[in-house]
Design a protein around this ligand. Structure first.
Ligand code: ZN
Length: 251
């Protein structure tokens, strides 16, 4: 099993909050960036209600969380981080959010979009998926298909010099999504993923996330020839043949 793993030329992770990427996606981001992929993070909110300290304003919390997110991105070599600053805790999959995500997709033209699974409401008996996570991933998927690729949808974006763009593949992750058909080997970059997560000091407190994340990564790689992984449901929207044909028009 020494098949060369798939690495896109460019990718965009779309999530709700600072730290969402670090829990489930940063290993894949680290591995891909190391292999030459251009990676962009898009954060729908800046997680400003995620710091429950009495004397802190939401503006102060936002600044802290954005700083932590940029530092986390830097740990895995990602320098482009976009904050849409939608209200944390109140995110909704609206047409306006879809348009804002289409704008980012048309601007950055990613080959792959990585996001969460909007159908996950609960996991086992101890976890309810945050409504912002469901809204962000639902909006991401709706922006990818078919909206971003339709020139006559959100045509006003053309005035910003943005052309329609077809995303080649969507990578959808859990939490709790028990269907994964592609596992990315994160063994060589696992320490980068942990270092990235540790940048979210305001969220972790004294908690050491390493054992739990190692357990998740080992479980994801159970049937694989490597030790640690991140599992994805991969939806291919453009065939390999068509992708080659689109090459000239893509960028
Ligand atoms: Zn979150």
């Amino acid at each position: 099993m020494s098949e060369t793993p798939y690495v896109p030329e460019s990718a965009m992770a779309i999530v709700a909050h600072p730290d969402d990427i670090e829990f489930g996606t940063a290993g894949t981001a680290a591995a891909w960036v190391q292999a030459g992929c251009r990676m962009v993070y898009v954060l729908c909110t800046s997680g400003e209600v995620g710091i429950a300290e009495k004397d802190m304003t939401k503006e102060q919390a936002m600044a802290i969380r954005e700083r932590e997110q940029r530092a986390a991105a830097a740990e895995v070599g990602v320098t482009e981080v976009v904050f849409l600053r939608e209200p944390d805790g109140m995110l909704e999959n609206t047409m306006e959010l879809r348009k804002r995500l289409v704008r980012e997709i048309r601007k950055h033209r990613p080959e792959v979009v990585l996001t969460g699974d909007p159908t996950v409401v609960w996991v086992n008996e101890g976890y309810i998926n945050h409504p912002d996570h469901r809204a962000a991933s639902g909006a991401a998927i709706d922006a990818v298909f078919p909206a971003a690729g339709q020139p006559h949808l959100f045509e006003e974006l053309a005035a910003e010099g943005l052309r329609a763009h077809k995303v080649r593949k969507v990578f959808v992750r859990g939490p709790g999504s028990n269907h994964s058909d592609q596992v990315v080997d994160i063994s060589p970059v696992f320490d980068r993923k942990i270092a990235a997560l540790r940048q979210h000091v305001s969220q972790l407190g004294d908690w050491d996330p390493e054992p739990m994340l190692r357990e998740w990564a080992a479980k994801a790689a159970e049937d694989q020839p490597f030790e640690l992984g991140e599992g994805w449901r991969v939806v291919s929207l453009v065939s390999d043949e068509d992708w080659e044909k689109l090459k000239g028009e893509r960028w």
